[in-house]
Ligand binder design. Structure first.
Ligand code: BG6
Ligand code: MG
Length: 220
C-alpha cells in the first residue's frame, strides 16, 4: 500500500503544549491537595479533558459532584488557555516544518488528529491554521484516544483509506488508536517506547520520509 496521508497529533508532536497541560493540571491539583506528578501526567497524554480530570481525581479521597468536576475542568482550561496565549510560530517543534514541506512536495496529504478542543486556537497561535488538508479534533468526536474515532474521521475527511495513512503520536493512547484504526503508527518522544509503534523516534528531526514510505509499503 502506498502512503497517501500523514495524520499528526498536535499536543507534544507539533508543539509542546503537553508541558502547559501539565502546569495547568498541577495548579488545579495543588489547589485541591491532590497528589499529581509528571509520572501521573504521562497517563493524560492523548485522553480528553474530562477523562484527564477523572484520572487526577482518582488520587483523591473526596467525592466530587458533576458540577464540581465541570468547574475544575473549566478552571484548568482557563489556566491552560492563558499559557497558550504565549505560543508563537517559534514554538513549532524541530523537524515539523521540513516534514510538512517534504510531504506536501510528494503529494501526500497532511491532517491533524487531536483530542483537544483547543486545536483551532493552538493552530492559529503557531500560524499553521491553513496548512492542513483536514483537521479532526476534540470538537468533532465522541470518544477520545485510544478510540480510533479521531483518526478514522481524519481519513474520511481526506477521502483516503485508513491503511494508506500514517499517524505521528507522542502518546500510548494515540499509538493504540492508530493501530486500532488500521494505520501505521510513528511514536515520538514519550511514545517511542511503545511496543506496537511501527517506527520509533526521539523527535521529528529523525524522521526520514523515504524510510516512512518504505515502511508503509512493507507493512501491506
Ligand atoms: C490532548 C492532550 O491532545 O488533548 C491531552 O494530549 C488533553 O492531555 C486533550 O487532555 C484535551 O485537550 P483540551 O485542550 O481539549 O483540554
Ligand atoms: Mg499528544
Amino acid at each position: 500500500m502506498n502512503l497517501s496521508a500523514v495524520i499528526f497529533d498536535l499536543d507534544g508532536v507539533i508543539v509542546s503544549t503537553d508541558e502547559y497541560h501539565y502546569q495547568a493540571w498541577k495548579q488545579i491539583s495543588d489547589q485541591e491537595n491532590i497528589n499529581f506528578d509528571r509520572k501521573i501526567n504521562e497517563r493524560l497524554r492523548g485522553v480528553s479533558r474530562m477523562e484527564s480530570l477523572e484520572i487526577i481525581l482518582s488520587h483523591s479521597d473526596k467525592n466530587y459532584s458533576e458540577n464540581e468536576k465541570s468547574q475544575l475542568a473549566q478552571r484548568k482550561n482557563e489556566i491552560y488557555c492563558e499559557l497558550l496565549n504565549k505560543l508563537s510560530p517559534n514554538d513549532i517543534l524541530p523537524g515539523v516544518i521540513s516534514l510538512l514541506l517534504g510531504l506536501i512536495a510528494r503529494n501526500i496529504k497532511v491532517a491533524i488528529g487531536s483530542s483537544s478542543k483547543n486545536t483551532p486556537f493552538i493552530l492559529d497561535q503557531i500560524g499553521l491554521a491553513k496548512n492542513f488538508d483536514a483537521i479532526a479534533d476534540g470538537n468533532s468526536i465522541k470518544s477520545s484516544k485510544p478510540d480510533p474515532e479521531v483518526f478514522l474521521l481524519a481519513a474520511k475527511m481526506l477521502g483516503v483509506k485508513p491503511e494508506e495513512c500514517a499517524v505521528i503520536e507522542d502518546a500510548k493512547a494515540g499509538i493504540d488508536a492508530a493501530k486500532t484504526a488500521g494505520m501505521m503508527a510513528v511514536g515520538v518522544g514519550s511514545a517511542a517506547n511503545c511496543v506496537n509503534a511501527d517506527m520509533k523516534l526521539n523527535d521529528l528531526t529523525e524522521l526520514d520520509i523515504e524510510q516512512l514510505l518504505e515502511v508503509t509499503k512493507i507493512r501491506s
